[in-house]
Design a protein. Structure first.
Length: 334
């Protein structure tokens, strides 16, 4: 990595830390539409009421998105914002939800661009309608091309490379990177980055992340077929927790590490079932996405100068620091 790129990442990460200190993340991930924020924060802005639509690619039941929504609700309550949340894992359906928000003349839109091509037209329509759009979580390589104002999340390629380098330090030789949604840019970038940073062999395994029994059987079969795999890498907490069962069922001696956190996953790190996790801080992503639109509408601010993303990760969580995170995970905010 070039020195100036490292400096940019460090600067953005410090900025995130500062923002997080100023305003600090599961139950029903992926509901179609919901208003929220009335009881999420003690303070409240006196600025005029505004409406923000948050539209994600969340799959039903994925509790990662509950953390995103909690952060968004906390910012909405503080900023006197009416938050309307909706999601659909289908890129076409997600684009329709964005169009619905435009038709409703909302004051701002925060969205994920897991399939950037599907968002291109509707982001353009929002801009034409005078509605600012910020991106978060997915689309770090495409948000500027799409014409978004700001972006909040981790650079998945950098996170993947850092993950691979950590596996080198742990002595892994053959990694299996499990992708739960083929073609999802953030997930593909994680495994591509891993392959770049890892000096050993990397295999890619695609599974259907919306069907956990299938995920379990597919990983189990792969591990049973190839005993040389000594490291399983998953890209989400639910997949990681399922992979624990696959390791047991297959009799594999491979170690397990993952991207993303949840309350149950934190416990698995504490118990030693998972070596480490990369936390991209979804609560923070949701909070900053909503708060940024309020700042833009009320004071013309935009983070990163419209040219650089605000990075919320990667933060490595392992046995050395997991206890400091556990109390926040227990509260449902990490």
């Amino acid at each position: 990595m070039r020195r100036n790129h490292r400096a940019a990442v460090f600067t953005a990460t410090v900025l995130v830390g500062t923002l997080f200190a100023a305003g600090c993340s599961s139950s029903s991930g992926g509901k179609k539409s919901e208003e929220g924020g009335a009881d999420a924060s003690a303070g409240k802005a006196t600025t005029p009421r505004m409406t923000v639509a948050m539209i994600t690619h969340a799959a039903p039941g994925d509790t990662f998105w509950d953390l995103v929504r909690k952060g968004a609700q906390a910012a909405a309550a503080k900023d006197n914002v009416k938050l309307v949340y909706s999601s659909d894992p289908s890129a076409g359906n997600q684009a329709n939800l964005v169009q619905n928000a435009i038709d409703q003349k909302v004051d701002g839109i925060a969205l994920t661009a897991a399939k950037p091509d599907a968002m291109k037209d509707v982001v353009g329509k929002a801009k034409s309608a005078g509605i600012p759009v910020v991106g978060f979580n997915s689309g770090v390589s495409d948000w500027k091309k799409l014409g978004m104002l700001e972006y909040f999340g981790q650079d998945e390629s950098i996170a993947g490379q850092a993950f691979g380098q950590r596996l080198n330090q742990l002595g892994a030789k053959h990694a299996l990177c499990v992708i739960q949604e083929q073609g999802q840019v953030a997930l593909e970038a994680r495994c591509a980055g891993l392959k770049k940073g890892f000096s050993g062999k990397t295999d890619i395994l695609y599974v259907n992340g919306t069907d956990m029994p299938s995920v379990k059987s597919t990983i189990t079969a792969k591990l049973s077929q190839d005993s040389s795999i000594d490291q399983v890498v998953t890209l989400g907490a639910p997949i990681a927790l399922t992979a624990i069962q696959s390791l047991s069922d297959s009799g594999s001696k491979a170690k397990l590490a993952t991207f993303d956190l949840s309350k149950d996953l934190v416990a698995a790190v504490q118990d030693g079932k998972i070596e480490f996790a990369v936390d991209q801080q979804p609560y923070l992503q949701g909070y900053l996405a909503v708060d940024s639109l309020w700042l833009y509408k009320t004071n013309g601010n935009f983070s990163g100068g419209g040219t650089a993303p605000v990075l919320t990760g990667p933060a490595f969580i392992d046995k050395t620091n997991v206890d400091s995170v556990a109390k926040f995970a227990a509260n449902g905010t990490r």
